[in-house]
Design a protein around this ligand. Sequence first.
Ligand code: PEP
Length: 251
Amino acid sequence: TDRIRPLLAGNWKMNGTRASLDQIKAIAEGVKAPLSEKIDTLLCPPATLLYVATALCDDSPLAIGAQDCHSLVSGAHTGDISAAMIADCFGTHVIVGHSERRRNHAESDALVRAKAEAALTAELTTIICIGETADERDQGQTLDVLKRQLAASTPDGAASETTVIAYEPVWAIGTGKVPTSADVEEAHAFIRRELVARFGGDGEKFRLLYGGSVSGANAADLLAVANVNGLLVGGQSLKAADFLAIYSAFE
Ligand code: PEP
């Protein structure tokens, strides 16, 4: 997995107004060579800032993406945005199946898969999130949950060039709790095996991100774990200084 190009992704969730554009600009300026030649970086602001953010990042390696998309291209779906609309705003990536979407909007694996298919059709790089709840972990169901979510949320047309898997234990998101390196290693090794079983040799090349309470203080340890090919960062992506500290950990 050493040859896999890492990805650092930030997810702003429902945070950020025009006043936050200076943070995006600072991140875009901080993501620079030589490190930016070795890793990919992505920021997913709210949809309201997408178009202006892509313009701000015109001269930066920092990619801009969205946090969700609808499964259809257009139509009578008030409040939703399509993958085609994200691409139209020069967004290049989209997150699907984040646990907050699965929980707050009752998104099923089948819906997440349909969204991922729409994203692939729009030629967006798709980050599919999976992860167990605290209860599921306590009941020893972690790998069963990962197996089910991965199988049912990932389209048959997925490939390592276009699809990224993010392992985000629900209990680690926004809580300051991070699994042990051994637990991250077990989950990522399992996801890797499942991808190889389904996609053959290409399964070896998918980027597997860890997400959940990542900070500048724990990023290097997480990146040292086998099959961790990058990080998905929530809270610590809001301020440029915090996010760039995580970026530096990829050195
Ligand atoms: C996330 O929203 O994907 C996330 C990992 O959040 P946080 O880093 O704040 O735990």
